[in-house]
Structures are given as C-alpha cells and as structure tokens.
Ligand binder design. Structure first.
Ligand SMILES: CC(C)(COP(=O)(O)OP(=O)(O)OC[C@H]1O[C@@H](n2cnc3c(N)ncnc32)[C@H](O)[C@@H]1OP(=O)(O)O)[C@@H](O)C(=O)NCCC(=O)NCCS
Length: 440
C-alpha cells in the first residue's frame, strides 16, 4: 500500500552535515548508553533573547489568532496547499479548520506559540510553526514540554533556510515560559530520533483505494473479493461499547493514565481538563440530527453490570487531498489515537500472570479495534491508519492492517535519553512498543 505521509528520507544512507541541527541541543549521534537529562546547561527565561529572530528582508512575524475566522482561513489555505505530501505527490494532508483549532488550543496553550511569517508588502501568510504545552514523562522524569507541529514554508520559498529561523523562534517563545524541552515528529531523519514507528493502513473502502492507486488489486483478486475481505459488521459487538460522554471523563482519565504509565515515554494527561479537551471537545455538534465538524471519535466500554468504564478507544479524522484524480479529490482517513483497557490490570496479578494478562489484553484490543473499524467504516472513512506505537502490534495483523512505506521519527529537543522501541520490528510477534505519545 502507498503511504499518505511524507516520508522516506531522500538522503537516507548519505552522511548529511546538518548545518542547523548540529548547532542545537539534540543528541548528535545515536547511542544506547545515554545519560538521561537536559543537554544544555540550565537557564532561566531572563537568559533568553528577548526580541524575535531576524527574518530575511521583506518578511515579518505575525502571530496567527486561530480563534479568528479570517486568520484560521489563511492558515488552513497555507497548509492545504503547502503542507506534507507523499513522495510521489499523489496526496497532501488536508487538516480541517476544526481540527487545527482542536489541535492548537489544548489546555495551557500559548496564543503566541502559533507563529506565522508574512510577506511584508502583501500580508500573505507564507510560513508557520506551532507549539502547544503538554506534560510528558520519559522514563522516570516528568516535565512540561512544548509539542511542536505544523512547520510549513510556502512551496515558492523552500530551501532558503527559513525553517531553522521558525524553529529557533518557537524555541525562544517556549523558553520564555521557562519550558526547556520539546517533542516533535518528522518523516525525515535528522539528529537524532529516540524512536521510529512504521505506518500501517487498514483498508475500509477497497474500490476507491484501488481506483486512486493507494492500494493495488492483488493478482487473481477482484474488487468484490476485497470488499468482502474488508467488510465490517453493521453493528459493534463488545457489550457496553458506546460513545464517550462528559460524565466518563474522570474514569477515562484514571484508566488512560494507568495504561500509559506502562510505556517508557507517554503524555501524562495529568488533568481531567486534558481528557475532556482531547477526547470530547472535538466531537463536533449535532445539526438537524447529523453530526458535523467532528474531528475526534471517542468510545468507551461501560461494564453492563458494574457500570464501570473498562476500556476506551479513539481515532481522529485527517483527510488528504488526492491530487490530479479525475473522480476523487479527497481521501477520508482515520488515524488511531489513544486507547486504554483494564484487561492488563487484573486484580492481584503476580508476575507469573503476566503472559496471561498480555494475551487477555491482546484479545481485548482486537475486539475494541474491530468495533472501532466498524464505526469508522459506517462513518464513511476510506482507510484507518495506525503506527506501530502503543500496543498496536497486538492487533495490526489480525485486523488486516497492511504495512505502508512510511515511517515516523520521534524527537526530543534538549533531552538526552536511551532510545525507545517504536514497535517496528515486533509487529509479527505482536509485542507492544515503548511509545505512549501520539502526535497529530
Ligand atoms: C519542512 C519545511 C518547512 C522545510 O523547509 P525547507 O525550505 O525545505 O528547508 P530550509 O532550507 O528552510 O531548512 C533546512 C533545514 O531545516 C531542517 N528541516 C527540514 N524539515 C524539517 C522538519 N520537518 N523538522 C525539523 N527540521 C527540518 C533541515 O534538516 C535543514 O537543517 P539541516 O541543514 O541542519 O539538516 C518545508 O519543506 C515544508 O513546508 N514542507 C512541507 C511540510 C512539511 O513537511 N512539514 C514538516 C512536517 S514534519
């Protein structure tokens, strides 16, 4: 299957100099014997440069107010026309405005971390980078971190070293709030990933995916056969599986925090406000009995007897523009987001029970993913994407996800630590990964 995300480093295998990244507090060459901690000596906000970095003549900084409709329209246009494409220029991410608002206004966000670059004369928005604040735990250390995303430079302004200026400026603004670490992901390899995950794709609409060249028709097969192979039931099957509601927030929070504590790196979701934002605020609204503007789908399992929440699953909607296709211009893609299950926490379990608990979790995750695929197919998604992170390897093969040709590298700024398993090599053995952070 083809990949939706950009990816593959054109320079893979070559030694690159990394003029910019070699000057930054990041691990310069991977090694497994890394002492954990910040790379730069400790600083305070007073040590930070107080004025913005200089842009090339003719450009100016401009904070993008994502709550202002006009400015959100400009950001949406910039990203829709210039953001990540696959290597063959067939697909380009098309984040919706609702999605960007959801992703950029998480609890504790700083409006001035939504950084635009405009052409001075015309005011046209031609560059962007963003940060939000998230709390992360890596091994036993927990800190407030920037989560940097949506780095984009207009196609006509590429290779002019604007990206390093954007990265330095977002770093400066984050540092001014006394935060010294950041997490970011990229398809390209730069110094130095702490983890790499692989993309997998679960076909939900075979006729369309074959038509647009996203997947190919296996020799001797037919569309009808693929349709049968990938058809989901019309209803979900786990008893008590239902959409998440506001009153579930405290229980979902406790369950997710406990589940994620098993991973060497994870987002902490330390407040219920985080849970409500990430799983409910993007659920859209009902208009004439129809849900519109939904960006996140979150479901829980409520035990029919005890009424307790035993599991939660979620996915988000991130379509891609299909470029230059006579019939279709949009691919409706769902991406697996966070989930949690108490199947791994049976009461009084000893380490002897570990294998049993793992197979119980594996069974449960397969049931939950099946229901999630059922919901996603009924909602009109063409494909469900998943990385090899979390415990996804436990269900990827059984739920008929196929390997993509894309990889996602995870990076930390100003934090050294031993690498973490991104699950790439353990899909067939159904072993979970060490990565408990999903980025949008
Ligand atoms: C990513 C993008 C902003 C880079 O801009 P560019 O004009 O190609 O590159 P520039 O000349 O400005 O800067 C090059 C430097 O930025 C670094 N860089 C490029 N892409 C990067 C990324 N995604 N993350 C971090 N650094 C990146 C390069 O490694 C290089 O530094 P180096 O010499 O130390 O290796 C631009 O290509 C773009 O908008 N692409 C489409 C959207 C996209 O891929 N965004 C990133 C998603 S992870």
């Amino acid at each position: 299957m083809k990949l939706l995300e950009n990816f593959g480093d054109p320079n893979a295998g070559q030694v690159k100099e990394h003029k910019f990244w070699k000057t930054q507090p990041v691990i310069q060459d991977g090694s497994t014997e890394i002492k954990e901690g910040p790379i730069d000596p400790p600083k305070t906000p007073a040590d930070v440069r107080q004025e913005p970095y200089a842009l090339p003549a003719g450009f100016e900084w401009s904070t993008v107010d994502v709550k202002n409709e006009g400015q959100m329209n400009e950001l949406h246009t910039l990203l829709s026309e210039n953001y990540v494409e696959d290597d063959e220029a067939m697909f380009r991410f098309r984040y919706s405005k609702e999605f960007l608002l959801w992703a950029l206004t998480a609890p504790g966000y700083h409006a001035d971390w939504h950084i635009g670059v405009r052409v001075q004369k015309t005011g046209k928005l031609v560059g962007f980078i963003s940060g939000i604040k998230v709390e992360l735990r890596a091994y036993s250390h927990t800190w407030d971190s920037g989560e940097v995303n949506y780095l984009c430079v207009h196609k006509k302004l590429r290779s002019k070293r604007l990206a390093p200026v954007l990265i330095k400026e977002v770093t400066r603004r984050i540092n001014l709030t006394n935060i010294w670490q950041a997490i970011y992901t990229a398809g390209i390899v730069i110094p130095t990933p702490f983890s790499t995950c692989r993309y997998y794709h679960r076909n939900l609409n075979p006729a369309k995916l074959v038509d647009i060249g996203f997947s190919s028709l296996p020799r001797g097969s037919s569309i009808a056969r693929l349709v049968r192979n990938y058809a989901m039931p019309t209803t979900t099957s786990v008893p008590g599986f239902r959409e998440m509601r506001k009153e579930d927030v405290p229980q979902v929070g406790n369950l997710l925090r406990r589940y994620l504590s098993r991973f060497p790196i994870a987002q902490t979701f330390s407040t219920d406000e985080d849970i409500e934002h990430w799983f409910l605020s993007g659920q859209g609204r009902d208009v004439d009995g129809k849900r519109v503007e939904q960006v996140v789908w979150a479901y829980v399992v409520e035990d029919p007897t005890t009424k307790e929440i035993t599991d939660m699953v979620s996915f988000y909607s991130l379509p891609s523009t299909i470029m230059q296709h006579p019939k279709y211009d949009l691919l409706n893609v769902a991406y697996m987001f966070y989930y949690a299950s108490d199947a791994i926490f049976s009461a009084g379990a000893s380490s002897d029970d570990e294998t049993k608990l793992k197979s119980k979790l594996e069974r449960r995750l397969n049931e939950l993913t099946r229901d999630m695929l059922t919901v996603a197919q009924a909602a009109g998604f063409d494909v469900m994407n998943a990385l090899t992170l979390l415990d996804n390897n436990m269900f990827i093969s059984e739920q008929k996800f196929g390997p993509g040709d894309g990889y996602l590298n995870y990076y930390l700024y100003n934090w050294a630590m031993p690498p973490i398993d991104g699950g790439m090599d353990t899909t067939s053995s159904r072993e979970g990964s060490g990565v408990g952070v999903v980025m949008l």
